[in-house]
Write a protein that binds this ligand. Structure first.
Ligand code: ADP
Ligand code: MG
Length: 808
């Protein structure tokens, strides 16, 4: 919770006299501060716009309005206009979904509009999780089952003309026996423990149901840039018509050299290179800042990398931007795929354009060649596209650059420009990603890469990450957009790489996958991921790099921005589902054993071996501790090497149900045996016989914990020690159970009397039978399956087989 809160502390980019743009906590803003707003960020205070470019905010949190509201610093607003109509204002708690702007803070904290409504703290939403809903359903079924059983025993008792008190007692005992009183608590604690375990592995859960959903994920749709790759871009290649240049240097370091065919070149003498670099600086929203003696890129990493490249050629962005004041811009958006700026110089208006090669090229009719500007011929176009393909084929992100004089600072005038060159940026695969993708493959989880980048770049990166089995599984977003719903379904079932995908395309794909029955996790960080994050079964956002918009849309936030952390979260989710099943298996076998004892004695016509109070004691005290310990059980060794669980499978799938019935029969058999033997020694229906039955049942249940701990295999000593809480629970439960035998006050309440040592010996001997038999059976299965050459045999036993996807 603390981690979540610290994440939710808003940050603001503020411009204060005497210092450059600064990042401060939103709580440190005061009225009068000038803040910068950009797509994806949360508005940190109520503020009046000073200027804006295509700014739009999502105000649902404030007004309930679901479509983004266009904001404009120059809009006309009347004094009595209602909140949603005040287009010159932005409000705290809303998010910028497009464009950017600057605004002056007018109200902070509780004086803001949101503060006034008092809806500041959204926090974790509390909705019943699928598990809790299933438990509720189970509870209803149990109630009917108990009702039926009770009616049956009353009828049988009436038929046997038994005294009413006995019939009533049996009915009560049944009701108590059939209901696993500890289960709701165990389930809730398991979920909470799951949240804690995920947090320890750097994944913060914002919405509780996500804990469970993670365990059932079958497909991961992930963004490429900054998720599979480091997102720390570096310009490595520049292509000018007829000339390929390479750039040395790594990361944000501004040290580097330009090379042409292994010869260093002097950028200052190279007008075409300088021209290209200048466009890169002008059509750019990013900034470089010096922090602790090192240059750090701020803003879009693609753009920061261009500033770094310009610095390597001795071009300073602050100087350039002062020389070429901006007279307008067309901001970047994922749909547009380019950014254009307009600059006035003497009487001419110059447009600078950079973006996806195809989008830039369609706006050009000339090219800047070595001999000067000339019309763009078909061969030029072919040459440019070939160069683009070469760069992209190496996994580089490619941007094209163009410039030209225009009549007005509008998007429509961006035509007949002059093509200047291409830039290739490397975005290296992040360490550990390839391994995690391999891990997912082994776990039956398909990874799908969704990127706005072009096909060749996407394929090269996918290949480097081992994501690609065959190229036929990679398509362009336009293919998805064109396909009708049913074709989309089949396509979605196979695809692993989608390039040139739009934000809507991402959402459509995610929805198609879900319709096909997949459980989809969406991983992303940008404005263009927000819709898909919300549309998936579980949305996962990067905590560090992610925009506020993405984080708000997500159910889980990765604190360390590492792809591998998703794997950890999924593993924890699977362990959690396993453990809930183990706990349910344990509790139900105990409860069923109690039911069989009561009904069995009733049918045999003997005295009642168990009092209702004894059963309640077992269910509340002795069973609950071991069941709680099960929720802390470490994962099965093969937890990430088997297919995902089917989320729709019942809480107890057939395999475990058979196990439940088997163990319940064993436990009740030894209990009834103890009652019969006690009856023979001390007299039928005597207090001693009852005590022996009660003790045998309790001990057998406690020992049964060993059977429930590992689903498949026999309990290996290391595995046994892996959950010290389980051993502790065993000891404490045994100790608690002996209290009524030595403390008369409790003994009287629970109808427990003293037993002779041989009585105790018999109790212990009988109680050990189900546990010993269970382990022997598992051992036998392992030996048999190992002999049969079935590998480890770890999925034998009371295993998951029947509820694992695709094997049902
Ligand atoms: P991605 O998830 O791959 O970053 P985007 O939607 O951000 O997808 O980008 C889509 C395309 O737009 C990129 O492949 C690139 O060609 C272009 N592009 C990305 N960032 C910028 C930018 N800052 N300026 C101009 N063009 C850009
Ligand atoms: Mg991007």
């Amino acid at each position: 919770m603390e981690g979540l809160l610290s994440l939710e502390v808003g940050r603001a980019h503020v411009l204060r006299p005497g210092s450059g743009p600064e990042e401060v906590e939103a709580a440190r803003l005061v009225p009068g501060d000038v803040i910068e707003l950009e797509a994806g960020s949360m508005v940190p205070a109520d503020a009046r716009l000073l200027d804006s470019v295509e700014l739009a905010t999502a105000e649902a949190a404030l007004t309930g309005e679901s479509v983004p509201v266009a904001k404009d610093a120059r809009a006309r607003v009347e004094a009595d206009d209602p909140l949603p109509a005040r287009r010159t204002m932005v409000y705290k708690g809303t998010t910028v979904v497009a464009g950017h702007g600057r605004a002056v803070v007018v109200a902070t904290g509780m004086r803001t509009e949101v503060g006034r409504i008092g809806e500041l703290a959204a926090g974790i939403t509390e909705e019943p999780t699928p598990l809790e809903r299933r438990l509720e359903q189970l509870g209803r079924q149990l109630a009917w089952f108990v009702f039926g059983l009770a009616a049956l025993t009353v009828l049988v008792g009436w038929f046997h003309e038994e005294p009413f008190a006995l019939v009533l007692q049996r009915g009560l005992a049944l009701a108590v026996a059939a209901v696993p009183e500890g289960l709701p608590a165990v389930a809730t604690i398991t979920l909470a423990a799951g949240v804690a375990r995920m947090a320890r592995r750097r994944a913060l859960v914002r919405r509780l149901p996500a804990v469970e959903t993670l365990g059932a994920v079958t497909v991961i749709c992930t963004d490429k840039t900054g998720t599979l790759t480091t997102g720390e871009m570096t310009v490595t290649d520049i292509w000018l018509p007829g000339r390929a240049i390479t750039v040395s240097g790594v990361g944000w370091s501004v040290e580097g050299q330009f090379w042409c065919r292994d010869h260093p070149i002097t950028p200052a003498d190279d007008i075409r290179l300088l021209d290209l670099l200048r466009i890169g600086v002008l059509a750019n929203q990013a900034a470089l800042r010096v922090e602790g003696g090192r240059v750090i890129g701020h803003g879009d990493p693609t753009e920061a990398a261009l500033l770094v490249a310009a610095r390597k050629a001795g071009l300073d962005e602050t100087v350039l931007r002062r020389e070429w004041p901006r007279a307008g811009e067309v901001p970047f958006s994922s749909e547009r795929m380019y950014l254009a700026t307009f600059h006035r110089r003497t009487d001419a208006l110059l447009a600078c354009l950079k973006g996806a090669p195809a989008r830039v090229l369609e706006r050009c009719d000339a090219v800047l060649a070595s001999e000067g500007v000339r019309p763009l011929a078909t061969e030029d176009r072919a040459g440019i596209l070939a160069a683009n393909r070469t760069l992209a084929g190496r996994g580089l992100r490619v941007l094209a650059f163009a410039e030209g004089s225009v009549d007005s600072a509008q998007e429509a005038s961006l035509r007949k420009l002059t093509f200047v060159g291409l830039v290739g940026l490397i975005d290296p695969p992040a360490p550990g990603v390839a391994e995690t993708i391999g891990l997912f493959r082994g776990a039956g989880i398909r990874t799908v890469m969704l990127t706005g980048d072009q096909r060749d770049t996407a394929l090269a990166v996918a290949r480097a990450l081992g994501l690609l089995a065959s190229e036929s599984l990679a398509v362009d977003g336009s293919v998805l957009a064109r396909s009708p719903p049913h074709a989309l379904g089949t396509l979605a079932g196979k695809v692993t790489v989608v390039s040139r995908i739009s934000p809507e395309g991402k959402l459509r794909l995610v929805e198609a996958l879900r319709r096909a029955g997949e459980v989809v996790a969406v991983l992303g960080d940008g404005v263009n991921d927000a819709a898909a994050l919300r549309g998936g079964d579980v949305g996962v956002a990067m905590g560090g790099r992610g925009t506020d918009l993405a984080k708000e849309a997500a159910d889980v936030i990765l604190l360390d921005d590492r792809f591998a952390t998703v794997g950890a979260a999924i593993e924890e989710g699977r362990i959690l589902l396993d453990n809930i099943r183990k706990a349910a298996f344990y509790l139900f076998s105990c409860n069923l054993a109690e039911v069989i004892v009561v009904v069995g004695a009733g049918l045999a016509g003997t005295a009642q071996p168990l009092a209702p109070l004894q059963i309640l004691w077992l269910n509340l005290i002795t069973d609950t501790l071991p069941a709680l310990a099960l929720t802390l059980e470490p994962g099965e060794p093969e937890v990430m090497r088997r297919p995902p669980l089917n989320p729709k499978a019942p809480l107890l799938p057939p395999g475990l149900r058979r196990g439940t019935l088997g163990y319940a029969s064993l436990i009740s058999a030894v209990t009834l045996a103890a009652f019969a033997l006690g009856g023979r020694w001390y007299g039928p229906g005597s207090a001693e016989a009852g005590t022996m039955a009660f003790m045998t049942l309790a001990f057998a249940q406690i020992f049964h914990l060993g059977n429930a701990r590992a689903t498949g295999d026999v309990l290996h000593p290391t595995r046994m020690m892996a959950n010290p809480v389980a051993l502790g629970a065993l000891v404490v439960a045994l100790a608690l159970q002996t209290i009524p035998a030595i403390w008369p006050a409790l003994g009287t309440v629970l109808a427990v009397t003293r037993l002779a040592p041989e009585g105790w010996l018999l109790v212990l001997g009988l109680a050990a039978i189900p546990a010993v038999l269970g382990q022997t059976l598992k051992l036998h299965r392992r030996i048999r399956s190992a002999g049969g050459g079935r590998g480890t045999g770890s999925d034998s036993g009371l295993a998951h087989r029947s509820f694992i996807r695709g094997r049902a």
